[in-house]
Design a protein around this ligand. Structure first.
Ligand SMILES: Nc1ncnc2c1ncn2[C@@H]1O[C@H](COP(=O)(O)OP(=O)(O)OP(=O)(O)O)[C@@H](O)[C@H]1O
Ligand code: SF4
Ligand SMILES: [Mg+2]
Length: 323
């Protein structure tokens, strides 16, 4: 296993924001991490290389094993040898991630794992990310590129070090739909060519269904369901996931058992007792308030944090679950 996150906990200002996350990502595997805004997705991604701002009140607990070594125990120097090298990031806003005062050529050169004779390698990277047009044009600055081209340049910088793991945090959210599709295709192509492991963070389940092999769904700082894409799509086993799937307009073949999820995610300062999804769940029963459910097996490699898994899976098959 390339990456194993074990019982990760992150506190911000005394509040537990990431509440015990376990997640494995294998070489060449794309894991989609999805959930509503504020549920802790970015915090999980940043924790992998300890990018969480270390200041009073921020505590990390758990283990993050990357190639068998716990990144949370590495020194700053050791982390610098991994961050942006073996583990690269691409964020939502390409323009704010690119440095406006350096050329694209200079920024890719900075990210190269091998600094000698960079021109051929930079040309190769530009070709790989579909920026053939600017090969050899060493004086192009970020502002001269469109948003989609800037994101291609960011991806070029991220792969320049030949990483094993890419963390893509909403990499297409700022782009229009056509460009979004092209960037997703590029990511898939690079993943296959380079046998890259990817953590693809998104709030959009539709995008994640297109790109991921495995999907982890987060709610209020923990994973509430995780499994291979096919199982999540055909046999969702948590009411929150079912609500997310039913809010995807294109999946019309699914019977509309559940309306889109009503209500709002709870504040971390006011988490409910027991199941954190209780206030919004159409299938809640009093027992759900007793304690927070553990992740339970639904089938091989597929887990859900709901005490009514059996009822929900059976009802999904029969299309007649009563709340
Ligand atoms: N530096 C910080 N200090 C205090 N709280 C923070 C800080 N950064 C994030 N938070 C809180 O931590 C929670 C998780 O934030 P995070 O950015 O990881 O969520 P997210 O799932 O990535 O959301 P989004 O989809 O909006 O990007 C949020 O409720 C946020 O308010
Ligand atoms: S444990 Fe209860 S409240 Fe929570 S998701 Fe399952 S049915 Fe709903
Ligand atoms: Mg985020």
């Amino acid at each position: 296993m390339l990456l194993q996150i074990k019982d990760l906990k992150v506190n911000y200002a005394g509040l537990e924001i990431v509440r015990g996350i376990d997640l494995d990502v294998d070489k060449g595997e794309c894991c989609g991490l999805i959930g509503e805004s504020g549920c802790g997705k970015t915090t999980v991604g940043l924790s992998i290389t300890k990018l969480i701002p270390e200041r009073k009140g921020n505590i990390l607990a758990g283990e993050i094993l990357f190639e068998g070594r716990d990144t949370l125990k590495l020194t700053s120097e050791e982390l610098r040898g991994i961050r942006g090298k073996k583990i690269s990031y691409v964020f939502q806003e390409p323009f704010s991630s690119l440095n406006p005062v350096f050329t694209i050529y200079e920024q890719i050169r900075e990210s190269l794992e091998e600094k000698d004779n960079p021109d051929a390698r930079i040309a190769d990277i530009l070709k790989n990310v579909g920026l053939e047009k600017i090969i050899g044009r060493k004086n192009i600055y970020p502002h001269e590129l469109s948003g989609g081209m800037q994101q291609r340049a960011m991806i070029g910088m991220a792969i320049a070090s030949r990483p094993d793991l890419l963390v893509l945090d909403e990499p297409t959210t700022a782009l229009d739909v056509t460009v979004q599709r092209q960037i997703l295709e590029l990511i898939m192509e690079l993943k296959n060519k380079m046998n890259l492991a990817i953590i693809f963070i998104s709030h959009d389940l539709r995008i994640v269904f297109n790109i991921a092999d495995k999907i982890a769904i987060m709610y209020a700082g923990s994973i509430i369901e995780c499994g291979p894409k096919g199982k999540i799509a055909s046999n969702p086993a948590h009411p929150y996931t079912i609500g997310l799937i039913d809010s995807i307009p294109s999946l019309e073949h699914r019977k509309k058992l559940f309306n889109a999820i009503g209500g709002k995610a709870p504040l971390f300062s006011e988490l409910p007792q027991g199941c954190k999804f209780y206030p919004r769940c159409r299938f809640r029963i009093d027992k759900c308030l007793e304690k927070e459910p553990e992740l339970e097996n639904v089938s091989h490699g597929h887990v859900s944090r709901c005490i009514r898994i059996g009822d929900i899976v059976r009802a999904e098959n029969r299309h007649n679950l009563q709340a």
